[in-house]
Write a protein that binds this ligand. Structure first.
Ligand SMILES: Cc1cc2nc3c(=O)[nH]c(=O)nc-3n(C[C@H](O)[C@H](O)[C@H](O)COP(=O)(O)OP(=O)(O)OC[C@H]3O[C@@H](n4cnc5c(N)ncnc54)[C@H](O)[C@@H]3O)c2cc1C
Length: 217
């Protein structure tokens, strides 16, 4: 079990360290709300970053990749990657340009992803990824064929070397700016669910059920 100290020197938040958090439950809560992770890796000597679908599963983050992708090749190379997950919670409008900011919850993870190759484990991972989008969906959809399983690769990235960083609250204006005649405060932002739109093909019956991306704050 990780302690509440950074797991390594490179995961210690140095810039505004009081916003850093290494509590596994905090890291997990941020990841559990995330639908997308940005994966940074090196390809042919240059840096690249790619967004992919993700889901936390135990002490790891699952990353979904098409097997033929450049990303899958890079993640399977054994090299280290760095993954970021971000929730934007608000625009922080200060009285000075300098103190404009954002409220957020983010996680950064370093590690070497492990490709899930064994069929039973791959099914469990795909189940977790699918139900992360819409809980309970795996049990009502057609299961992947052998061909579809071969076309998909899921990587598991340990959360052992992870950090969270969280900003909350109003702008931090300088005292001498407080009399500046302009509105200041926070514009809350959140990911919201729209009304479901059936595809119109086949038998689109019932309702989509519970979905992610619906947190109300
Ligand atoms: C939505 C959003 C908007 C932001 N806007 C700005 C901006 O405009 N300008 C700006 O300077 N910074 C911004 N930040 C903060 C930014 O992510 C960095 O934390 C900051 O720039 C310091 O970077 P650094 O490499 O010097 O961090 P350091 O503190 O040196 O990083 C050391 C280690 O701390 C951890 N860490 C650092 N940042 C984060 C993070 N965000 N989440 C989780 N772990 C982290 C990593 O493990 C990293 O290796 C923003 C963050 C978010 C989520």
């Amino acid at each position: 079990m990780r302690t509440r100290q950074p797991a390594s020197s490179r995961t210690r938040v140095r810039r505004v360290p009081e916003r850093g958090n290494y509590d596994p439950t905090t890291v997990q809560a941020i990841l559990d709300e995330a639908l997308v992770a940005h994966v940074a890796f090196t390809v042919e000597g240059h840096p690249a970053v790619v967004p992919v679908g993700c889901a936390r599963h135990g002490d790891a983050l699952l990353l979904h990749c098409a097997r033929s992708s450049r990303l899958a090749k890079a993640l399977g190379s054994g090299e280290e990657v760095c993954v970021a997950v971000t929730h934007l919670d608000g625009l922080v409008l200060a009285r000075s340009a300098f103190h404009h900011s954002m409220n957020y919850r983010s996680v950064v993870i370093y590690g070497r992803p492990r490709a899930i190759t064994e069929t039973a484990e791959l099914r469990v991972a795909l189940h977790a990824l699918t139900d992360h989008l819409a809980p309970g969906r795996w049990d009502v959809i057609r299961q992947p064929s052998a061909k579809e399983l071969r076309a998909t690769v899921v990587f598991s990235l340990s959360l052992a070397e992870s950090s969270a960083k969280i900003r909350t609250g109003p702008p931090k204006d300088d005292p001498e700016d407080l009399s500046w005649d302009v509105w200041a405060g926070v514009i809350p932002l959140r990911l919201a669910r729209g009304a479901p739109r059936p595809d119109g093909d086949g038998s689109s019956v019932g309702k989509p059920g519970p979905l992610r991306g619906t947190r109300t704050r």
